[in-house]
Design a binder for this molecule. Structure first.
Ligand code: SUG
Length: 448
């Protein structure tokens, strides 16, 4: 049976703004309070989806969330009508209003961890929504994420959904951004690679000194158990704490894998040789030949990687077995990175081509091409069981582009977030979106 990797990209929501909310994420911190352009952000994301679809890849779309999250503000003690809640928060606690307005759900690599059916004990595709417990503005995403994923992958015969892990730092879980799957073919059993930043219960593991390690070993292990993965099909590795302290807040900022290939920075992991050997032997047991492409620090520094997002790229398999790397424009403007990429594609290795995309609006908050997509490996039967409303087609691209043009503002600052009218605009837009994507009622304003 045929199988595919389907990339579901997060559609940028109408409140996209630079809130400076993510300590440890260099771009988010350095662009704090700048004026953003939600319309441009959404169109940049849609252009990438369309381009991948046009290249023949399977592409889907994941809906944004209801923001401002008035219910979240009410839980923090703001009261009255919706407009009063927003006005009171703007007056007394602007940072909380900003957090409740974040369009951060666009980075759907953090929406969930997904295990394909070939890896799981019950032969279903498993999803665990990420609790994103490290940052308040992201910790409020998972209830809606779960409803949206449930509406997209609704068939219980093929899809199993797990609620987010307990919402405490010891089970901090950031989803697929710290998870990669290696396999010979998408429909065959593979090796799931979980990368954690620290252990919550075992003090023998080192931890970063400056910035938080968002993913714990214990969270990764819990997800592997929930999904019914075999021990032989799982490898755990620790991120190098010193790169977290240099701004590598997720593993997908320093490594990306696809098929039988891991593309990574020399400084990404601890005990790299042991980890590579385990990946290689476990992949061999399911018939695969592991290959690693290490980028030496002498060619690209960790700082270059963090600024250019070289590793936050999409590594995609082409029909001839070679691979294509989708990188952000920032890679072209970094001389060392661009030179490295020229060399990489010119040497006859597996990665043959690089394509560049302008995702500046998202990049300025620390979200590159890989952050914007959630990969779901599906066989033909499973793909047919996905809600067809969320699969990208030329007409859907046109409707979404027109929808963005109709509803989005082209400038967003704190003053705009404080405007109660924005909530009404967003609800009207999202209500229409659920019809375009045939999701049914998924937003709090639709179900309460
Ligand atoms: O969680 N930025 C996101 C970026 C997530 C990137 N995802 C992956 N690497 N997979 C984060 O730090 C910034 C929001 C703000 O500051 O307005 C933010 O949430």
């Amino acid at each position: 049976m045929k199988s595919y990797e389907v990339n579901f990209d997060g559609l940028v929501g109408p409140t996209h703004n630079y809130g400076g909310l993510s300590y440890g994420n260099v771009a988010s911190q350095s662009n704090s309070q700048q004026s953003s352009n939600p319309k441009e952000a959404a169109l940049q994301g849609l252009a990438k989806m369309k381009a991948l679809m046009d290249m023949g890849f399977q592409q889907g779309v994941l809906a944004p969330q209801e923001r401002p999250d008035v219910a979240a503000l009410r839980r923090l003690g703001f009261a009255g009508s919706d407009a009063q809640v927003i006005q009171q928060a703007a007056k007394e606690a602007m940072p909380l209003l900003v957090a409740s307005c974040s369009a951060s759900s666009m980075w759907v690599a953090n929406a969930a961890t997904v295990s394909p059916s070939a890896d799981t004990a019950d032969g279903r595709v498993h999803f665990t929504a990420a609790n994103l417990n490290c940052k308040y503005h992201r910790s409020i995403e998972h209830p809606t994420t779960s409803r949206v994923l449930g509406a997209m992958f609704a068939n219980q015969q093929h899809f199993a959904h797990h609620a987010a892990l307990p919402a405490v730092a010891q089970f901090g879980d950031e989803g697929a951004a710290n998870h990669t799957r290696f396999c010979r073919a998408y429909g065959e059993a593979g090796v799931e690679f979980f990368v954690f930043g620290r252990s919550a219960f075992d003090t023998r593991y080192p931890a970063p000194q400056k910035y938080p390690a968002r993913q714990t070993l214990e969270a990764s292990q819990a997800v592997a158990r929930l999904h019914g993965l075999r021990e032989e099909g799982v490898v755990y590795a620790q991120q190098n704490p010193s790169v977290i302290d240099q701004g590598v807040f997720h593993n997908d900022v320093i490594a990306v894998g696809n098929g039988e290939v891991l593309f990574y920075h020399e400084d990404a992991f601890l005990e790299t040789d042991k980890m590579l050997a385990e990946l290689s032997s476990k992949l061999a047991k399911v018939g695969g030949t592991f290959q690693s492409v290490c980028v030496p620090r002498s060619a690209v520094t960790v700082d270059d990687a963090v600024r250019s997002y070289l590793f936050n790229s999409q590594l995609l398999s082409r029909p001839d077995g070679s691979m294509l790397l989708i990188v952000p424009e920032e890679c072209r403007s970094n001389e060392r990175v661009w030179q490295y990429l020229q060399g990489l594609t010119g040497t006859g290795g597996v990665i043959r081509e690089v394509k560049v995309f302008d995702l500046k609006q998202s990049m300025q908050n620390g979200g590159g091409p890989a952050c914007l997509r959630l990969r779901v490996a599906l066989n033909e039967t499973e793909l047919a069981a996905v809600n067809p409303g969320v699969i990208m087609t030329a007409p859907l691209y046109d409707s979404l582009t027109q929808w963005v043009e109709r509803h989005y503002r082209d400038r967003m600052t704190e003053n705009d977030l404080a405007d109660p009218q924005l909530l009404l605009e967003c609800r009207a837009a999202l209500d229409e979106l659920t019809q375009i994507l045939k999701l049914g009622a998924v937003y709090p304003f639709q179900i309460n």
